[in-house]
Ligand binder design. Structure first.
Ligand code: PMP
Length: 439
């Protein structure tokens, strides 16, 4: 029987009209035993209320953007003000310059930026620009890194040493898939071999400098430095996908984060941004060195456009969000709460004999149900999906909301409190007790 009858009812109705009942497959509960996902009715700060009236502590943060918590008053005011002034002009507006300046000030590798509507678009366009700059067509990416759903980057999430051209989706032509080479993250040797073999055809090497898509994974010392050196030596461009990582760990990007190994020795040619920089409204951005960005229309031959791009509401929300994040102590507080939560989960799992690997980077961490460190996708794949599903459901029924994916991170926000951590640790203790008894 269902504890969430209204969610069940809405899901059944949604199934008749929306494919799979969800507008993004990541929201489906398919990977955690199926059935109706929870339909949320409202959200404030770190909490959701669902359509059945249950309350939840939110660690999903909408897959990253909601870093200041839901309905933050400063961002809400900015959106209301922007809405009053008209939500879409199709002309340039002044605040676009202000957001561009803020991004440039925080991320010095950006000489010029361009706003788009999603991380997918931002990434997709960086590849086009890299191809325009180099006259080459191939892309090297890393296994398990997700870069949005455009054809080229939805290829070969396999975990072999260096795989070529296996689409992760139907509908991607083999001709496109064969333009992508995938190597394991943190594996300099595999990258060197791929560049030796295909180097003069490679337009770019794309990487999440801190991985967010098969767990939170730091690059090992030397990896990014070697990546940049080898890529440049091959005459290709370095693209950083910072859609998740920018403004997640500090007021800046992973590339400017002092705890990132090699951060001082590396500078990408192009960076893709999204999520947090829109304060919860749709946005993406890409940018890089002036000479590279000058390939983009109307200056150069690489075409990219957008009816909604740089729209006043998204830009206003993004600016307001960055203003909140700029306040002193914001990231330290999220880190303190995340540390207490991650350490508490780790200790409790250990006490119950449940293998759990936690990778925490400041206010975000991943939980893999496996007994060894996770530094690449192959290791992440050892995560016990059934155990995660059980944990996910036991937490959900106690009012703790995670992403329904065994790889997705827990995100702390500026709105979480010590009391949220207390409740979450109590719920996890209960979940582990039940799971241990079931072993
Ligand atoms: N790049 C990375 C690293 C991402 O995590 C995501 C989304 N999770 C994207 C790109 C795509 O962004 P969007 O969903 O806004 O298209």
């Amino acid at each position: 029987h269902s504890h969430r009858p209204k969610s069940e009812k809405l899901y059944n109705e949604a199934l008749e009209h929306i494919v799979g009942g969800v507008n993004s497959p990541s929201r489906s509960f398919k990977a955690v035993g199926g059935g109706a996902p929870v339909f949320m009715a409202s959200a404030e700060g770190a909490h959701f209320t669902d359509v059945d009236g249950h309350r939840y502590i939110d660690y999903l943060a909408a897959y990253g953007p909601i870093i200041t918590g839901h309905a933050h008053p400063h961002i809400t005011e900015a959106i209301i003000q922007a809405a009053r002034e008209g939500v879409l002009y199709g002309t340039p507006t002044e605040r676009e310059i202000a957001l561009a300046k803020r991004l440039k000030a925080a991320i010095p590798s950006l000489d010029k930026v361009r706003f788009v509507n999603s991380g997918t678009e931002a990434v997709m366009t960086t590849v086009r620009v890299a191809r325009a700059c180099t006259g080459r067509s191939k892309l090297i990416k890393f296994a398990g890194c997700y870069h949005g759903h455009s054809d080229l980057v939805l290829v070969a999430a396999g975990s072999g040493p260096s795989t070529l051209g296996i689409p992760d989706s139907a509908g991607i032509p083999q001709t496109i898939a064969s333009e992508v080479i995938t190597v394991p993250f943190n594996d300099v040797t595999a990258l060197r071999e791929a560049l030796e073999r295909w180097g003069d055809e490679v337009a770019a090497v794309m990487v999440e400098p801190i991985v967010g898509n098969f767990g939170m994974v730091m690059p090992e010392p030397g990896f990014l430095e070697q990546l940049c050196a080898l890529t440049r030596a091959a005459g290709a461009l370095v693209i950083y996908d910072e859609v998740i990582s920018a403004f997640r760990f500090h007021y800046g990007a992973a590339q400017t984060y002092s705890a990132l190994p090699d951060h001082a020795a590396i500078e990408p040619d192009l960076t893709a941004l999204g999520k947090i920089i829109g304060g919860g409204l749709p946005i993406g951005a890409y940018g890089g060195r002036a000479a590279v960005m000058e390939q983009v229309a109307p200056l150069g031959p690489a075409y990219q456009a957008g009816t909604m791009a740089g729209n006043p509401a998204s830009v206003a929300a993004g600016l307001a969000c960055l203003e909140v994040l700029e306040q002193p102590g914001v990231y330290e507080t999220m880190e303190r709460l995340a540390t207490r939560l991650a350490d508490g989960l780790s200790t409790a799992a250990g006490r119950h004999g449940i293998p759990l690997t936690i990778n925490r980077i400041r206010g975000a961490f991943s939980t893999h149900f496996c007994g060894h460190p996770v530094t690449c996708y192959a290791e992440a794949q050892d995560t016990d999906g059934e155990r995660f599903a059980r944990f996910f459901r036991l937490l959900l029924d106690q009012g703790i909301c995670l992403a329904p994916s065994k790889y997705e991170a827990w995100f702390l926000t500026t709105a979480h409190t010590e009391s949220d951590i207390d409740h979450t640790l109590a719920a996890a203790e209960h979940a582990f007790t039940i799971m241990a008894a079931e072993q």
